[in-house]
Write a protein that binds this ligand. Structure first.
Ligand SMILES: [Zn+2]
Length: 96
């Protein structure tokens, strides 16, 4: 079970390049949502607004290693747009 806050755009880009795990976007007004790391619904513009401009007052971005972690730590729900449940292949199954 692994999770960390995505603190800046550089961080966001690196995590997308690594293409592992998921993003959880928390919001005070709504339930937290799990997205695929490369989903189009996770835009750098909205990241900038939430993290840089609003200073995380309304919520923040987190990276998690699995959907199980996301629901356990944040009570996050799956995004209906990028549907992270369709890519449930555990990356560790590809390693020796
Ligand atoms: Zn999404």
């Amino acid at each position: 079970m692994d999770s960390k806050e995505v603190s800046d755009l550089d961080d966001l880009r690196k995590l997308r390049l690594a293409d592992e795990g998921y993003f959880v976007i928390t919001d005070k007004a709504r339930p937290a949502i799990i997205h695929k790391v490369n989903a189009k619904c996770v835009s750098t513009d909205s990241f900038n607004v939430k993290v840089s401009i609003d200073g995380r007052k309304q919520g923040s971005y987190f990276w998690v290693d699995s959907i199980a972690t996301a629901s356990r730590l944040y009570g996050a729900k799956r995004c209906k747009v990028c549907k992270p449940e369709l890519s449930l292949v555990d990356p560790s199954t590809f390693r020796e």
